[in-house]
Write a protein of this length. Sequence first.
Length: 79
Amino acid sequence: MAKPVLLKISDEIFKETEAIISQSHVSRNAYINQALSIYNKLNRRRALKKQLQHESGLVRHNSLELLEEFERLEDAIRG
């Protein structure tokens, strides 16, 4: 279901958008929907990156300890 939205867009952005729309033969509505979809994906990716960086930082110390333990085991096996 579509929801009506009232937007205030700067003159510069509006003119640029209208020029692109007229060249691409896409409706203003379709263009804005596509732009918002792309922007939403970008922001979800940014949020995921931030979350992964945070979680990676939380387990970094444990990962280094585990790597050191594997190296000790490897050294012990080699004699």
